[in-house]
Each structure stands twice: as C-alpha cells, then as structure tokens.
Ligand binder design. Structure first.
Ligand SMILES: NC(=O)c1ccc[n+]([C@@H]2O[C@H](COP(=O)([O-])OP(=O)(O)OC[C@H]3O[C@@H](n4cnc5c(N)ncnc54)[C@H](OP(=O)(O)O)[C@@H]3O)[C@@H](O)[C@H]2O)c1
Length: 276
C-alpha cells in the first residue's frame, strides 16, 4: 500500500488524515503546531519534522491549510513540500485558496516532475465525520484516477471540474452562492421579525419550508447560531466577492451586503469586512 502524506492537521486536515488511517493507509503527517498532531500519532500516524520530510516519504501528499499564504508557507522554500516531491508523485491541495496561488504552486510541482491537483471540499466537520464530504477536483484527469481511492476514503462525492485551479474557482463560486442564499434567508427573517414573528420562530419556520437551506438544516448548530448572531463567516465571503470582482461577476452590491449585515444582527455595515 502507498504511503500517504498529510500537511496541515487542523480542524479539517486532522479528520481527513484520520479517515485515511481508518481506511488502512500508512500516513506520515506534519503540522506547524506539533502538539495538535498527537492524537493522530497515538492512532498510528508517523509525524514528520517538516512539509519536505512528508513529501520525501510519500507517493501522494495532501494538504489542508487556511489560505493562500499558508499554502505558500507549506509548499515553498527549502523545507517546503515541493522540494521533497519525487518525480511521478502526486500533490493534492484540498484547502480553499485562490486559483492563482494554486497554479503558481502547480508550476513548481510540475518542474519537479510531479503532478498537482486542487481538491477543495464542500461540507463541514459533521459531513466530513459522517463520510459525506463533497470534493471538487482540478488538474489532469488521469492523475485524479490514480488518487481516486484515497480521495474516496476522505469523501464519497468526487466531481471533476477541469484543469488545475478550476476546482478552487468552483469552490469560491459555491461560497458566493451560499453567501447570496444566506442574504436572502436573512432578509426573510428580517421581514418576519419586523412583522412581529420572534427571530428564532422565523428561522425555524424557514428551515422547515422549501426555502430552508441545506447548510443550515444539516450543518452544525453553530452555523445556525452564527446566522442568528451575525451571519456566515466573513472570510469566505470576502474571497468570493474579491474573486467575483476579478471575474466580472461582482456578487451582491455594497447596499445588499449592508442589508445582510443588519438583518443578521450586526449593528454596523458588513461592507468593510467583505471588502477586506
Ligand atoms: N472548517 C470547515 O468547516 C471547512 C469546510 C470546508 C472547507 N474548509 C477549508 O479548509 C481549510 C482548512 O480549514 P480548517 O477549518 O481545518 O482550519 P484550521 O483548523 O484553522 O487549520 C488550518 C491549518 O493550516 C495550518 N496553517 C495555517 N497557517 C499556516 C502557516 N503559515 N504555515 C503552516 N501551516 C499553517 C494550521 O497549522 P497550525 O495548527 O499550526 O495553526 C492548521 O493545520 C480552509 O481553507 C477552509 O476554508 C473548512
């Protein structure tokens, strides 16, 4: 059986690595904050001292880190995972990052005679633990077939999107769609609330209606709590809106976004947050 590498053992990465271990794979991992990896070490994962040490030891390397800066931090440099990739190896980045960062790293990977796929995911901690995560994949379709069994151990739904960078593009489009749907949801709650329906009751009724969002119905209670307090995460929306501007698909207007902020419980406009 192939040795698999995993870089970035945070909330999502640790659970993905756990699923690979559960499927019987040999996993070597790295996390910047070493102590976070201890539970996985206790369950059989080998801990490496650098991203490079991971890719030196593995035929297929996965990463799951925060953002483009984190991707560059684990991929580039003398201790970065690209430096250790063997010719013929496959590197699969599953983070939600920008298409440009993905393609830059992809060019460096190719220069080493290895191949890169972008494979961001749609889902939550709960869907990952339940084995229901949806994965989108960009890159060479032949390379995807080589790593499909490993990806399937992480999540059962694998959608091939196109060349490298298009899967993260798709993921950002999904985040934009989610943001717009949450905006519409918040507007409905606001209308109901202004008419006298208690906010919690309005959310409950909406969730049980045809307008109920899967992410709110099936996601963790914390997502619903966030909506009640202040709406969905600002960072993903910021990425989506910025990406939308670049793609001439600007997303909700500043006025719409301000309304969203107000309706989801914030006193001040969200436009500053999403424009970051
Ligand atoms: N959480 C979700 O429900 C969810 C759902 C779908 C997609 N995602 C995407 O999955 C990715 C990871 O999310 P997460 O929830 O797992 O986040 P997280 O728990 O904060 O984990 C982030 C990981 O990135 C590492 N990292 C960050 N900056 C780094 C740097 N400069 N150098 C080296 N390592 C660095 C962290 O290392 P340390 O442990 O040392 O900080 C950690 O391993 C994000 O792109 C997110 O958008 C998350």
């Amino acid at each position: 059986m192939a040795t698999l590498g995993f870089v970035g053992l945070g909330t999502m990465g640790s659970r993905m690595a756990q699923r690979l271990l559960d499927a019987g794979h040999s996993v070597v991992g790295y996390n910047r904050t070493r102590e976070k990896a201890k539970p996985l070490v206790d369950r059989g994962m080998r801990l490496a001292d650098s991203p490079r040490a991971v890719s030196t030891a593995a035929e297929v390397v996965f990463s799951m880190v925060t953002d483009p800066e984190a991707l560059r931090a684990v991929a580039d440099g003398a201790d970065g995972l690209v430096a250790g990739l063997r010719p013929g190896a496959v590197y699969v980045d599953m983070s939600t990052v920008s298409p440009s960062a993905t393609r830059e790293v992809g060019a460096a990977v190719e220069a080493r005679g290895a191949a890169m796929l972008d494979a961001p995911v749609s889902g939550s901690i709960a869907t990952l633990e339940q084995g229901k995560l949806a994965i989108m994949v960009g890159g060479d379709p032949g390379v995807l077939e080589r790593v499909r069994p490993y990806l399937a151990a992480i999540g059962p739904t694998i959608t091939y999107v196109g060349p490298l960078g298009l899967a993260v593009t798709m993921k950002i489009a999904i985040n934009l769609s989610l943001g717009v749907q949450m905006l519409a949801f918040s507007e409905a709650v606001l209308l109901a609330e202004k008419g006298g329906v208690p906010r919690e009751r309005a959310v409950e009724a909406l969730l049980k209606s045809v307008a109920g969002l899967t992410v709110l119905r099936e996601g963790p209670p914390s997502v619903r709590g966030r909506l009640l307090r202040r709406g969905e995460r600002g960072r993903d929306r910021a990425v989506a809106f910025q990406r939308g501007r670049g793609a001439a698909a600007p997303g909700p207007s500043r006025r719409d976004r301000s309304a969203w902020g107000r309706s989801s419980g914030r006193r001040e406009s969200r436009s500053r947050a999403v424009g970051r």
